[in-house]
Write a protein of this length. Structure first.
Length: 486
């Protein structure tokens, strides 16, 4: 679809919306982008004659603009797969790779590192109902890792430890419970109420450990084994990992107790003090240059406090992941109509200021912005919200990256909206794609020319990242050099 102008897209929003995103707010964002995302650089490059005109072209961003790559080779045609893959290394300089335990190791002791036929495009191109396949959105990891390495982009693993029994824990883990308990152990996932844990609610963690010593030992062993096995396989190949996902609610409820063998997580039974233990295990095996992330959607004070507590206890945590999902299309329509201040400039700044008090860089690790079901206006609403939020996020000093979640419509997990992609299901670009592409690959890419000073000195101000400098020598030959502005 052809890109509509910003002015045309802006008409989709109400006057009340623009009262929040007013000219003064936009000017503030511009000032903060200039201050926080740019730097002055002076480079002395041998061979550049004094007074030569030097062309300065940014080739990559230091800031992370990512997306998950869960639909690798799964889009049903070679043409769609090719368009999808082309985004990585162009629009996206980072890919989040799926390591959800349930599909990564569906059979105990058989992790899906290497691809089989059912992971190939040839297999998926013939699947009539891809969502019914158990490994939909969960490709074997080795081919994805190799592809991302070939593109020279950042690789991020998601996720090693997570308490969610619906999406993370394999059935064979629960099969280790005594048979008399398995049928009673209900782990229904409902984020408003949590899973039913009536069987274990009357007991303390110590009592549960005494009741189920073998299961508790096995649970702790399996968590450690999983982290160690994946870390040994990839060593330093991936740049960063979500070590623990969505654990702040357990911390908030006082369920993360040092020294306990088991945690009465709101998800169900988990290894005791599992966040601390996971970070310690990961730190013991991953190379020191690999970034270890914590990740959550619960961005209240408890997340900041949990992170500070883990740091105080000696955990290596390099980055805080922050999720932002506007899953309900009505929420985006309400934002456009000025009925909601959700994700307003003030609310975003308040949230990011709160979690930045942990003193770590922040990665907007999972974001969903949905197109309301109102035709052309719906796509424009998605594009305007995306553009304004990306500009605001990019302007904030603690921010180090933003990762879009579902790139393609109708390719999310069950229950996620079918219209939250940057592309339609046939890989036709939506207005939201054009909005982000214009920002990331045009507005936020420095291209300029400067005159070389004495000794080949080249000075310029630009967005942080890698640059190609090109000039002509005394003989008229075109020369080039690469520099990094950070």
């Amino acid at each position: 679809m052809k890109a509509r102008s910003i002015e045309e897209q802006n008409n989709a929003m109400s006057e009340a919306y623009w009262k929040l995103w007013n000219p003064e707010e936009q000017a503030r964002i511009d000032r903060d982008i200039e201050a926080n995302r740019k730097a002055d650089g002076v480079f002395r490059v041998a061979g550049i004659p004094e007074g030569a005109d030097v062309k300065v072209e940014q080739t990559s961003h230091a800031f992370v603009f990512g997306a998950h790559i869960f639909n690798f080779d799964q889009l049903g045609s070679d043409e769609c797969n090719a368009k999808y893959k082309e985004l990585y290394g162009t629009l996206f300089n980072s890919a989040t790779i799926a390591f959800y335990w349930r599909c990564f190791e569906p059979e105990e002791g058989k992790p899906r590192f290497a691809a089989k036929f059912e992971d190939t495009a040839a297999y998926w191109n013939k699947v009539a109902e891809p969502k019914k396949e158990p490994h939909w959105r969960r490709p074997a990891t080795d081919p994805v890792v190799a592809f991302c390495k070939s593109k020279g982009i950042r690789l991020h693993g998601h996720t090693l430890t997570w308490g969610n029994y619906k999406w993370q824990y394999p059935d064979w883990v629960l099969d280790k419970l005594p048979a008399s308990l398995r049928a009673k152990f209900i782990t229904t996932q409902n984020h408003s109420e949590g899973p039913t844990r009536a069987l274990f609610d009357p007991f303390t963690p110590s009592e549960i450990e005494a009741m189920l010593p073998e299961f508790v030992d096995e649970l702790n062993l399996l968590m450690a084994k999983r982290i160690l096995e994946i870390a040994r396989h990839y060593k330093g190949t991936l740049d960063s990992w979500d070590i623990v996902n969505e654990s702040a609610s357990d911390f908030e409820k006082g369920l993360m107790i040092p020294g306990d063998g088991v945690c009465k997580s709101w998800y169900g039974l988990m290894p005791g003090d599992y966040t601390y233990r996971s970070f310690k295990i990961a730190d013991s095996i991953f190379p020191k240059g690999v970034k270890l992330n914590i990740n959550d959607y619960n961005l209240k004070e408890c997340y900041r406090d949990q992170t500070l507590d883990l740091l105080k206890r000696g955990c290596k945590i390099d980055i805080m992941g922050a999720q932002m999902h506007l899953f309900d299309p009505q929420s985006c329509l309400d934002i456009a109509d000025g009925k909601s201040e959700v994700q307003s400039p003030e609310s975003v700044r308040t949230t990011m200021e709160r979690i930045s008090q942990a003193g770590l860089p922040i990665h907007l690790s999972e974001i969903t912005i949905t197109a309301p079901p109102c035709g052309e206006r719906g796509e424009d609403i998605q594009a305007v919200i995306s553009r304004n939020l990306y500009r605001l996020w990019f302007s904030l000093s603690p921010m180090m990256g933003i990762t879009w979640w579902n790139v393609v419509d109708d390719c999310g997990a069950p229950g996620e909206p079918a219209v939250s992609g940057l592309f339609k299901r046939n890989m036709e670009p939506k207005q939201s794609f054009h909005a982000l592409d214009s920002l990331i690959r045009n507005e936020w890419m420095t291209r300029t020319s400067v005159r070389a000073g004495r000794g080949g000195e080249v000075a310029f101000r630009g967005f942080r990242g890698s640059y190609k400098l090109s000039w002509e020598d005394a003989a008229g030959k075109t020369c080039a050099a690469t520099v990094t502005l950070d």
